[in-house]
Design a protein around this ligand. Sequence first.
Ligand SMILES: *Cc1c(COP(=O)(O)O)cnc(C)c1O
Length: 431
Amino acid sequence: MANVRQPQAASGLANIWLPYTQMQTAPTPLTVVASTGCRLKLADGRELIDGISSWWTACHGYNHPHIRAAVEQQLAALPHVMFAGLVHEPALRLAQRLAALLPGDLERVFFTESGSVAVEVALKMAIQYWRNRGEAAKQRIVYFRHAYHGDTFATMALCDPEEGMHALFAGSMPEQLMAELPSNESLRGAFDLLLATHRARLAAVIVEPLVQGAGGMKMHDAATLAFIAESCRRHGVLLIADEIMTGFGRSGRMFACEEAFGLNGIVPDIVCLSKALTGGTLPLAATVARRHVFEGFLSDDPAAALMHGPTYMANALACAAANASLDIFEREPRLHQVAAIEQQLRSELEPCRALPGVADVRVKGAIGVVELAGAIDLRALRGRFSELGVWLRPFANVVYLMPPFVISPDELATLTAAVRTVLAERALQIP
Ligand SMILES: *Cc1c(COP(=O)(O)O)cnc(C)c1O
């Protein structure tokens, strides 16, 4: 076998198709060979400080020994088994723990493998819930401007029509109703009227609580969320909270929707979780329903059962990783770390506001956003950040930081300094 050449990693680039990427002009992607803490080690020997936690997943940093040990142990015992007719301890334990962590009677957990699919399942739950109650006309979903709920067909239809992919796939997507976030009195009136007018055909409203992610990193307050929930309750429409980005501490609480409870005791009917669920190690998602939603599927009629079942649902390795991640939340002061990150982001990003070409600076929990105005050369910005030794990936009109919660003040200062430097350089080029 001595003359069989090992394929070189670089040659495989000719066989890879990257996401959201114009492959004709894309710069060569960086090859990562290892990751620990908040650092990515590259094949060329360089190290980058990661400011975005691998699409917001790696909340405990990379290669946490507790998660690694749990996955290794699970791998030796039972990496995977189908989840129909059969169950396993890691999934049962995880479901029980999620139910205990989530507010109210959010207590029935349906596992899938990605955020988009968790949202698809939430949509099926909502539509089938009404069908089971003899209200089959209630099928439409209300979503908000600047929303992002995933890349599959049903979820694309719930993304901001301009930021999202509506124009590309119009005609192939279900048509849903977009609303403005009811953040002031007149918008509240309009939102309430929308639900009142369409309630006979509305199954659910879906919202990313407090922080909208990939659709533009916009933020709203808990009172707005509470109003949405009250309006849904008044008009007999289910509320789906997509906590795929905000869940597990990112917004400052374990779940963003917790912040609205103090206001009126609201509990969303369905919650979607993924991203940081396994601490950024393995793909897993969960759609969690309140008791009354689950009970809406109990019947003598087999067709009233929830009709979904991904092949790899409740993968045991992923469930073991998620349980280990929850252990770490119990043992290590993650929410305190998030509060400290919030303070530091506020003080170190605020100076960006004075720069030409900056439209807004906003911070919530471990999320720091600088919104840009004018023409934006994303490729140049991204390239410059990696030259400065940080991994940041601005999109649309935002440069954002969502670091691992274990980031040190020095590492975070390096990230925010890089943002200030790159945006100051950009400001010099604005005529
Ligand atoms: C990332 C994300 C999704 C989609 O999750 P995938 O795992 O990429 O399918 C859905 N909703 C929100 C709020 C997200 O941030």
